[in-house]
Design a protein around this ligand. Structure first.
Ligand SMILES: N[C@@H](CCC[C@H](N)C(=O)O)C(=O)O
Length: 298
């Protein structure tokens, strides 16, 4: 007996994902140790979509360094590469909250233990210290670069000078009188001159809450206003230390700022050698399966 039914392709296997956050900066986590998945910008944007996808400020693609062309040369230093993407699918050099959540995932999956861990990022190798299961995580974020040329940021007719701080990724830090002055932050705050940040910028609005204590709102490049930004918190702390005459390279003493963001608090310490440490929570909230047919149809 013959059949005219054409042979159908075997169903694609489901793709694992997790959802996590660090001070409510939230991420879709896609474990892919062998770098076998195709994740073009359109797929990342669809996964990060809060209505039609899973939803997140960004995506953490978890890949073994040896399996990724951008990280292979550093595989001897760190086994894992954080291939970070913004919610619009664009690529960024670093994500401070993301690297803590990345480390929490590795720990939870039994891929690393508590203690010290190195992670390759596009902003270099970051050393992470996991205290204990569920506890805060500290990241050695490297040194900040402070290019001379800053910008003027303007919102609703008010303008502020913004300090240029590079934490691997670019930041413009404006000290304002009131966080409400940042307005709705529905779109990227305009800045000038545009030539200072040819690849776009993350913009932080900061106010003082007390001695060495700041509150911040942030508009992230590629994601919009988020409830927290780890590299942004570090950029603000460094800008505040320079403003306050507390540059550790000059005073010889480390300085710590508490940085309150809408999603929670981060502690940022800058040491006399310029090394910056950031400490905060990292939480995995869910795990599931992505429908491969949905992803393939995008
Ligand atoms: N939320 C992150 C920063 C993510 C990258 C940023 N949007 C960029 O494009 O540079 C953090 O916690 O640092």
């Amino acid at each position: 007996m013959t059949s005219d039914a054409s042979p159908s392709a075997p169903p694609l296997p489901p793709i694992a994902f997790l959802k996590g956050h660090g001070t409510e900066n939230d991420f879709v986590i896609v474990p892919d140790p062998g770098n076998e998945l195709r994740l073009p910008a359109s797929a990342v944007a669809a996964l990060c979509d809060r209505r039609a996808g899973i939803g997140g400020d960004g995506l953490l693609h978890v890949v073994r360094s040896a399996a990724h062309p951008e990280a292979r040369s550093l595989a001897g230093e760190a086994e894992w590469f954080m291939d970070y993407r913004n919610a619009d699918g664009s690529i960024a050099e670093m994500c401070g909250n993301g690297v803590r959540v990345f480390a929490r995932y590795l720990q939870r999956a039994g891929l690393v233990g508590a203690g010290d861990l190195a992670v390759v990022t596009r902003g270099g190798v970051k050393r992470v210290h996991i205290d204990k299961d569920g506890g805060d995580i500290t990241v050695a974020m490297g040194r900040a670069l402070l290019p001379e040329e800053g910008v003027t940021v303007t919102v609703d007719g008010r303008s502020w000078p913004a300090r240029n701080v590079n934490m691997g990724n670019p930041h413009a830090v404006a000290f304002v009188e009131d966080l409400d002055h940042a307005g709705g932050l529905f779109t990227a705050p305009p800045f000038a001159p545009a030539s200072v940040y040819p690849d776009g910028v993350n913009v932080e609005f900061a106010v003082d809450r007390g001695p060495r204590h700041l509150a911040v709102r942030v508009h992230e490049r590629g994601s919009g206003e988020t409830r927290s930004c780890g590299t942004g918190a570090c950029a603000v702390a460094v800008a505040a230390a320079r403003r306050d005459g507390a540059d550790p390279a000059v005073t010889g003493s480390p300085v710590t700022y508490l940085v309150d963001l809408p999603g929670g608090r981060l502690a940022v310490t800058e040491h006399p050698d310029g090394e910056i440490e950031m400490t905060g929570p990292a939480v995995i909230v869910a795990e599931g399966r992505i429908d491969p047919a949905w992803l393939a149809a995008l």
